[in-house]
Design a protein around this ligand. Structure first.
Ligand code: 13P
Ligand code: SF4
Length: 315
């Protein structure tokens, strides 16, 4: 087995030779984040992919829907996913057939699809959104239009409450975020009274949090943020202690960039097995053998791109 430093050395050399850029999501393994050119959230990585110039390959260290989004945004670049089995329980909660049926039951409705969906589902949608811009996207829809929001019901509850727009929500959830409950948040607030609580809108506590917040019962120290939103908040806040309610991979970046601050995971078991499938060995193989190329059929990509572009135009 090769040492980490040897793997890193070989990855760096091949990356330069093959004109590749490595993108990694905030939930990736620490050593994978450390070799990436850009680490970010779904929106940041989609934007980065759409602005890359002069590169031939993107090695996407994340999950499949993210690599598909990059392939749609950069049709001239080869997008490689080091592990083909890296899926997403949330994106699997709705198929294009499910969506076509839902649309048929709600003719004329505007469809907003979270980026955690397959390219086929995006192709059936009017707007894409991420956890960073879901509220902005809902606000951009002409008033009076019926809205279908999918697939995450907790993000949907958050975005509708914050925008004041009504929407029908698909009952999907992420198996990592849904178990992060209000009981857990309340216990951590008691145990760490000085900590700020940063909650990803996919968390199962979202509806309760929103109700209690609206009643003024949660105080100032709780915020609902995407993973990059959390990174920005931690950098600008004067607080020294934070409870982090999302997948635990982000703690690596937080601790690395802010060694003077303390980060407490809301749930140590909030581990996305799909995000942890990408290893340095697989990144090296991906660069060496050009695997696994993610291709989206042209007709699907062009329709999905409309939904993604409408989102990017608002970003
Ligand atoms: P972010 O866009 O906030 O990084 O979230 C992506 C995701 O998969 C959350 O589980
Ligand atoms: Fe999907 Fe949940 Fe993993 Fe994010 S954490 S990639 S939503 S399964």
């Amino acid at each position: 087995m090769k040492s980490t430093s040897k793997l890193v050395e070989e990855i760096e050399a091949l990356k330069a030779e093959k004109k590749a850029t490595i993108l990694a999501h905030n939930y990736q393994l620490p050593e994978v984040q450390d070799i990436a050119d850009i680490v970010g959230d779904s929106l940041g990585l989609s934007l980065a992919a759409s602005h890359l110039n002069g590169i031939k390959r993107i090695v996407f260290c994340g999950v499949r829907f993210m690599a598909e989004t990059a392939a749609i945004a950069c049709p001239k670049v080869k997008v490689l996913l080091p592990e083909l089995e890296a899926g997403c329980s949330l994106s699997s909660s709705i198929t294009a057939d499910d969506l076509r049926r839902w649309k048929a039951e709600n003719p004329g409705a505007v469809v907003v699809a979270y980026v955690n969906t397959t390219a086929e589902v995006k192709a059936e949608s009017d707007y894409c959104c991420t956890s960073a811009n879901a509220v902005k996207v809902l606000n951009a829809i002409p008033p009076g239009k019926e809205i279908l929001f999918l697939p995450d019901m907790f993000l949907g509850a958050y975005a509708t409450a914050m925008s004041g727009r009504k929407a029908k929500l698909w009952p999907g959830e992420c198996h990592v975020h849904a178990p992060i409950s209000m009981e857990r948040i309340n216990r951590l607030r008691e145990e760490h009274p000085r900590a700020e609580i940063l909650v990803h809108p996919e968390c199962g506590c979202m509806t309760n949090c929103l109700y209690l917040s609206s009643q003024g019962m949660l105080g100032e120290g709780i915020r609902f943020l995407s993973t990059d939103g959390m990174m920005r908040h931690v950098a600008s806040s004067k607080s020294k202690e934070f409870v982090i309610a999302t997948e635990v991979g982000i703690l690596h970046r937080m601790r690395k960039e802010h060694p003077d601050k303390t980060f407490i995971p809301a749930d140590e078991d909030a581990v996305c097995k799909y995000m942890k499938m990408t290893t340095l060995e697989k990144v090296l193989r991906s660069l060496k053998e050009d695997v696994h190329e993610i291709r989206v059929p042209e007709d699907v990509a062009s329709r999905a791109k409309l939904a993604i572009d409408r989102m990017l135009a608002l970003a």
